[in-house]
Design a protein around this ligand. Structure first.
Ligand code: SF4
Length: 184
């Protein structure tokens, strides 16, 4: 009998603070439980190039969409993920990166590269290979279909584990159980 294929999980971050992934790591020893039945084929520290993202049964995306690279990568991930999850509020609705939408883009970029108090002789990077900023930060669902959203900034480790464990158990969660929906 052919050996049953182990599920593959891939996770990335776009414009986020990494807090959602810190929360994922906060599942602590339950990470071993996950790894008993699934493999992580990609994480934010995996060095993969556009076009080489692996096929995943479950894809987790942290962060909002702020530039053209984010869009291309997100679309590839959607194509290669059977079940795509927006992990946390930046991916879900914009959250912290979304705050730049209240200001003109040029003003934000000048502030970041030229006017901060720690910057001397700053300039705005203009290498043609650099991605272009979007005028407005967007949640990932503006560009791809999303199968499930895990809310929170960051979502709690218990919530993340709940969703992953349900999926690995062959169940698609209908939502997040009430006790897990809280701010710590
Ligand atoms: Fe960070 Fe919160 Fe955004 Fe997650 S949702 S990447 S914790 S700011």
């Amino acid at each position: 009998m052919p050996e049953k294929k182990r599920p593959v999980i891939g996770s990335v971050w776009l414009a986020g603070c990494s807090g959602c992934h810190m929360s994922l790591l906060d599942i602590d020893e339950r990470l071993l439980t996950v790894l008993e039945s699934a493999d992580f084929a990609a994480t934010p520290i995996t060095d993969f190039k556009l076009g080489s993202f692996p096929h995943c049964d479950v894809g987790l995306v942290e962060g909002a969409v702020t530039n053209t690279d984010n869009i291309e990568f997100l679309k590839e991930m959607r194509e290669k993920s059977d079940f795509l999850i927006s992990l946390g509020d930046c991916a879900g609705w914009g959250c912290v990166p979304f705050m730049r939408n209240f200001f003109p883009l040029q003003e934000v970029v000048e502030h970041g590269y030229i006017h901060t108090s720690s910057t001397v002789d700053g300039h705005i990077p203009d290498d043609p290979e650099l991605p272009t900023y979007l005028e407005k930060v967007q949640p990932i669902r503006k560009f791809v279909s999303v199968d499930f959203h895990i809310p929170g900034c960051p979502p709690s480790a218990d919530t993340i584990f709940y969703v992953i464990a349900e999926l690995l158990g062959g169940r698609v969660p209908e939502g997040i159980p009430q006790p897990l929906l809280h701010f710590d």
